[in-house]
Design a protein around this ligand. Structure first.
Ligand code: DX5
Ligand code: ZN
Length: 229
């Protein structure tokens, strides 16, 4: 199996919102690779978080790529509002809209495109789109809230994604999101995931630098000399 370098994406949902700019700067300084923005609309998930104005403010101060995760009923309608601020935009497979066309439009507008799958959704649903995505987000909790417990059964989806990626010679990132900390990150990484989203595990850590390092520290054991990273 080809190994990709592990990327850590800190979920801003877990920050102290009274000082969001300082919080993002603190976590960038601690070494996060990406900032992950969880956008929730109160329809697709039972929570409301933040929208384009917050993404815009964060983009003004961010020095790392912004990974936008749209947990909303109409990603096709709203994704253009996030485009100016995002390196990657991830949309969910579950709502009823034209997924293929939306993925194409996101790429056409110059961002990378991701597709997310919630725990109850069968993996087969995303299979037809694997050849047109840059990232597959496998939710390891039910979307809507930070601080939940990792659902270990989702590892089977990570394995399946990694196998298909290899069989079909594709190159998308495999991102896991929800309940990710040192142990669950290692389980996910061994199954083939290479992007670790963590909110609580980073923002609430007493030592965020070491928390981030723990999400990727076993890389050295995995990559053999001569293998692409
Ligand atoms: C959940 C969000 C996650 C969440 C992760 O709906 O997509 O990104 O913020 O939070 P933790 O790391 O606390 O499980
Ligand atoms: Zn997320």
């Amino acid at each position: 199996m080809s190994m990709k370098r592990t990327i850590v994406a800190a979920s801003v949902l877990a920050c102290d919102f009274t000082k969001i700019g300082e919080e993002c700067a603190r976590i960038e300084k601690a070494g996060t690779d990406w900032l992950h923005l969880d956008v929730m609309d109160g329809h697709f998930v039972d929570n409301i978080s933040f929208g384009p104005p917050v993404a815009e403010s964060i983009s003004k101060i961010a020095t790392v790529p912004i990974d936008v995760h749209l947990m909303i009923e109409r990603p096709d309608h709203f994704f253009p509002r996030f485009l100016p601020y995002a390196s990657n935009i991830t949309i969910h497979i579950e709502p009823d809209y034209d997924i293929g066309a939306t993925l194409r439009q996101i790429r056409h507008e110059g961002a990378s495109c991701g597709l997310a799958i919630s725990p109850p959704t069968p993996f087969e649903k995303v299979e037809p789109f694997l050849n047109q995505i840059d990232l597959l987000l496998i939710m390891t909790v039910n979307p809507g809230f930070g601080g939940q417990t990792f659902i270990s059964e989702m590892i089977e989806k990570v394995r399946r994604a990694a196998d298909l990626r290899q069989d079909q010679r594709l190159d998308f990132h495999i991102e896991v999101d929800g309940g990710i900390h040192e142990e669950t990150a290692e389980i996910a990484r061994l199954a083939g995931a290479n992007v670790m989203v963590a909110g609580t595990g980073i923002f609430k850590a007493s030592d965020p630098r070491s928390a981030i390092q723990c999400l990727r520290e076993k890389d050295a054991n995995l990559s053999q000399p001569g293998q692409p990273s």
